[in-house]
Design a protein around this ligand. Sequence first.
Ligand code: PMV
Length: 295
Amino acid sequence: MIASAPGKVIIFGEHSVVYGKHAVVSSIGWRCYVNVEKSGDFLITSEFGKTKLDFFGKHSYISYAVKRFSEIKKIRGAKITVKSEIPPDSGLGSSAAVTVATLSALNAEFEAGLSREDIFSLARSVEIDVQGIASGVDSFVSTYGGSWIIPERRRFKTNLEFGLVNSGEKSVTSEMVRRVADLKKEHPDIVNPILDAMDSIAVKGAKCLERNDLKEVKKLFRINQSLLRALGASTPKIDGIIADIEEKGFAAKITGAGGGGYILTTGYGDRISIGGEGVRIEDSEDWRISDNGQG
Ligand code: PMV
């Protein structure tokens, strides 16, 4: 059975959302597709290669997804094949998307009867299994799709358009989340007010997005990026790219954990459609994976 799930952008609130602050997130048009077939043992195939269950290697999210699923419905084996349009280590939620799509395909293939909320909850556990700390926003938006204000789970709509620019550097979520946690422990008096300010940006940002107020959104992007930089989530390369984008008259910020990955802009770069669909069970005609997983 084939399932797919979308990637996401965090428009406001990365890092602070880990500490219970507001976040404004949206699914994007880029998706991850996972095919699951019943089998006697486990075989995972993706652009990273072929492995068996591989908890600490290339396929950690998929392996933990299988483990969590097996706690609900025991399975002997599965052939799992992945094709993703979402660049890995990019801040665009590729890990959550592959987790959600794997769980959904397992659910469909083995007829476990899990609801969307069950899928989200399992995916969130997998994120924590692999990363240690996680807010769960990635799994949430990948499961449900659309544009959301968290933690209220309120949907929003905007007509504003966004773009993505690749920094060319890798973003390793677990490492960045740990770095912010360490800084918070070391300087709570400085970091806590930054997280509070990010919370206000997300709350105001959501309102500005809903009234399509580009001028205000640009201002909030700039403040948010400065604060993310203060937390150590930017890099000299990202700062340089953002300076260039600013010169062209746009605003830009990190999206996701930072330290690399993609930069979200108010229009410049690869245009993305925000608010894409959540989990989908695909017709086999939609299956675009060749046998060796290379597409
Ligand atoms: O880098 P990504 O796409 O995995 O996003 C991480 C977002 C953080 O807020 C930094 C962490 C989290 O769990 O919310």
